[in-house]
Design a protein around this ligand. Structure first.
Ligand SMILES: [Zn+2]
Length: 347
């Protein structure tokens, strides 16, 4: 005899079939066990014991058709969330922690989201110090044995060359789609390895191959679009240092950043702004780029009060947008930025 049980928490549903009886924690809730083990079985028990539980016995005939126990992948940034969804397809549930138009350096999560990180079958983060507001939670989850994939571990990193972060690795690796290709390759292999038996590995590989084809096409599209910008105008000034990888890939020079740092959490001094104005004038920069999700007050101050004649153009530098705002996916975001950079810097 087979029972089908569906356990629902406020934010996640799991269903599974048992050859004998429904699991006892669901019918007789007990205190959560200490999170000392990361095995799927123990994580399932913790979920069952701590969730607001609704136990439903489904009709036996519907069991195999309706009971889908998909593994859970928890992802920090929404850019990586989109990439993970493309690679894993329907084979796993993907929970993205960062909201649209948020700041990856500073966003934080609720206690409930932190608890769900501990239930993940895989935790995907950008790394290289990007998720400053979340590092404590990431460390706690990996300390509990949750398998982790850190994108920054799988690309050739660049170090910042200027500002207060000089010498440290730049985490903004997604601005170069060929770096994202390296991430996709490694992510696909990790999912197939960590979730062997839980996912259709051939389906995951096929998804990764399809997405890689789209990333190569994006790379070609970007190079082609930037061809209209003459060499002497290929100068980038941004909100903070976010386009180092794009600059390396497509031959731009990063002149400076309004916040002379690799993080939005720093602040510029008056002398920082004065030296940036000098650099902008020396390079003949015509357009500077702000971030659509950041207050552009500093950029406007620079443009309006420093006596320089530059246009300010918003880009989606480090977060996807909400629906209908033009950067719902990583590919959309990169295409929107490419078009705005090419237009902004063209003669
Ligand atoms: Zn940043």
């Amino acid at each position: 005899m087979t029972f089908c049980a569906t356990i629902r928490s406020a934010s996640r549903a799991r269903a599974y079939c048992s050859p004998a009886s429904p699991p006892s924690p669901a019918s007789q809730p007990s205190p959560p066990s200490p999170p000392s083990s990361s095995s799927p079985a123990s994580r399932g028990r913790r979920l069952a014991a701590s969730a607001v539980v609704l136990l439903a016995l489904a009709p036996l005939a519907g069991c195999s058709a309706t009971a889908v126990d998909r593994p859970l992948i928890v992802v920090t940034t929404n850019i990586l969330g989109d990439v993970v969804e493309r690679v894993v397809g329907d084979e796993a549930e993907v929970m993205t922690l960062m909201q649209p138009n948020a700041d990856p350096h500073s966003f934080q999560i609720s206690a409930r989201e932190a608890a769900r990180m501990l239930d993940a079958d895989l935790l995907v983060s950008n790394g290289l110090g990007l998720e400053e507001g979340l590092q404590r939670n990431l460390d706690a989850a990996t300390g509990e044995g949750v398998p982790a994939f850190v994108a920054g571990d799988h690309v050739e990193t660049l170090a910042y060359t200027a500002g207060d972060a000089a010498g440290t690795a730049d985490p903004h690796l997604w601005t170069d789609p060929t770096r994202m290709l390296d991430v996709v390759d490694a992510l696909s292999a990790t999912i197939q390895d960590v979730m062997a038996g839980q996912v259709d590995v051939e389906a995951v590989q096929a998804n990764a191959d399809d997405y890689a084809t789209e990333l190569w096409a994006l790379d070609a599209e970007m190079a082609n679009a930037f061809d209209v910008i003459p060499a002497e105008r290929r100068n980038l000034v941004t909100n903070h240092h976010v386009f180092g990888y794009l600059a390396e890939r497509y031959d731009f020079e990063v002149i400076g950043a309004v916040i002379p740092s690799g993080t939005t959490l720093a602040a510029p001094s008056a002398s920082d702004l004065a030296s940036l104005v000098t650099a902008i004038e020396r390079a003949g920069v015509s357009t500077i780029f702000a971030d659509s999700s950041q207050p552009d007050r500093l950029v406007q101050v620079l443009a309006d009060e420093a006596g320089i004649d530059v246009a300010v153009v918003d880009l989606f530098t480090e977060s996807l947008s909400a629906e209908g705002e033009g950067a719902e996916t990583y590919l959309d975001m990169m295409r929107a930025n490419t078009e705005r950079i090419a237009t902004g810097l063209s003669p």
